[in-house]
Design a protein around this ligand. Structure first.
Ligand code: GDP
Length: 429
């Protein structure tokens, strides 16, 4: 197994849904703590264990390994109702959670009014972002606007009440302003959410000192990102992005450790590309091939069930991801999805509308819809890879494809995933 050092970040390097849940699940076996550093219930990791499929939105998928401690860092926006639904569902399925889940006292609460705002804003937007409607954007908006409510506030009922009442007034004013009717039932759902406050406080922790303490004692930590690099608030295809920094540096700010405590950063990439929601996808397939790939890869969102658009592997975006995340290694997932295709294309550069060619990811999102990807064609392998457990077990053309991904991205392939199951993984090196 590749030695990654004590503190590893796992980050998506495309538009999310790269299969991070599976990679975290595999790597979690070897660590003591798994911590989420950003995002909220808009993330959806799917992990298959035996015949059971677990979809986790907020609790790190490390929870499916006995004895691992799972943390939600200060960088997340925590939907308390959804959190306890997930928590209780795990308990019902026999997972022992005693002392295993910790929530940063600095994490922001995502409350029912954020969901209401998210939906009405998207419904009334002239340009839709394609949000999941889970309230993530408004919750981060309140955080940045310094109006948010944090887990620690739950211990002070007066302050909590004041901040929540102010928020409620603001939301109601906004809803009547855009003529979206009244936010009926809001009061009750807010109360239901806050009733869970005491239970949440029992899980409260200070994630920075907890993680540093573990590292200082020689234990191992995995910091788990949600969504992907192209959805990063600063570095992604703005404004078609999520409302937080998804990239590896956010693993430090989002948990409360310093960047020098991070030893390695594994970038997760699908062997092709997908995107859900609005916004450009430069290597998008033609409609017929798009549908074929979606069926082959089961490309429907874990959170919303929305069909994902599919594209060829885009090394412009993964090279950019290698740079912005400081990748030390790659985990390539879903290689098996390509098993039947006679040939594969890899985008190596973009031709811009003015005719110039660039190998770097353009800052101007709008220019992406006018670009033409420049492709290299590689032969497919047309053989099953699902049973491969060592690199040598893969067909030569599959190895050549991985070699080319590595060369074009500029980071070594350390893991290859060839199926949904835990054992369908190839450690490289
Ligand atoms: P995440 O948010 O990055 O964890 O990605 P998702 O869980 O939304 O999507 C990944 C999907 O691909 C899940 O249904 C996984 O079970 C599945 N998956 C992960 N790795 C592989 C793989 O190597 N092969 C196949 N066929 N499916 C995979």
């Amino acid at each position: 197994m590749p030695d990654r050092g004590a503190c590893t970040v796992i980050v998506g390097c495309q538009w999310g849904d790269e299969g991070k849940g599976k990679i975290v699940d595999v790597l979690a076996e070897d660590v003591d703590i798994v911590a989420r550093y950003q995002g909220g219930a808009n993330a959806g990791h799917t992990v298959t264990i035996g015949e059971n499929e677990f979809i986790l939105h907020q609790i790190p998928s490390g929870i499916l390994h006995q004895g691992k401690r799972c943390l939600l860092g200060n960088g997340v926006v925590l939907d308390v109702q959804q959190f306890f639904q997930e928590y209780d569902a795990l308990l019902e399925r026999g997972i022992n959670l005693e002392g295993r889940v910790g929530v940063s006292l600095r994490a922001q609460l995502l409350l029912p009014y954020h969901r209401v705002l998210d939906r009405v804003s998207e419904e009334h937007a002239t340009e839709k972002i394609g949000t999941t409607g889970k309230g993530i954007g408004p919750a981060y908006g309140d955080k940045v606007g310094r109006r948010g409510v944090r887990v620690a506030d739950l211990s002070n009922p007066e302050r909590l009440q004041q901040r929540v009442s102010e928020a409620q007034e603001r939301v109601q004013a906004r809803i009547s302003q855009i003529g979206a009717g009244s936010a009926h039932e809001l009061e009750k759902t807010i109360k239901d959410a806050l009733d869970l406050g005491e239970r949440l406080l029992e899980l409260g922790t200070d994630t920075g000192p907890e993680i540093m303490g573990a590292l200082n004692e020689g234990r191992k930590v995995l910091l788990e990102g949600a969504q992907g690099t192209a959805l990063d608030l600063d570095h992604g295809t703005y404004p078609f992005v999520t409302s937080s920094n998804t990239t590896a540096a956010a693993a430090a700010t989002g948990t409360g450790i310093g960047p020098t405590s991070i030893d390695s950063v594994i970038g997760v990439v699908k062997a092709y590309t997908t995107r859900v929601g609005e916004g450009p996808l430069p290597t998008a397939l033609n409609p017929e091939m798009d549908e074929h790939m979606r069926e082959l890869g089961g490309e429907f969102g874990a959170t919303t069930g929305r069909p994902r658009r599919c594209g060829w592997f885009d090394s412009v975006i993964t090279r950019f991801a290698a740079q912005v995340n400081g990748l030390t290694g790659l985990a390539v997932t879903k290689l098996d999805v390509l098993d039947t295709l006679p040939e594969l294309q890899l985008a190596t550069a973009y031709r811009l509308p003015d005719g110039s060619v660039t190998a770097t990811f353009p800052a101007d999102t709008w220019s992406l819809s006018g670009i033409e990807p420049l492709y290299e064609t590689l032969p497919g392998w047309q053989a099953s890879t699902g049973e491969a457990r060592r690199l040598e077990d893969l067909p030569p053309n599959a190895r050549a494809y991985l070699d080319r991904i590595e060369e074009l991205t500029g980071a070594p392939v350390e893991w290859v995933s060839v199926g949904t199951r835990r054992r369908q993984i190839i450690p490289v090196g």
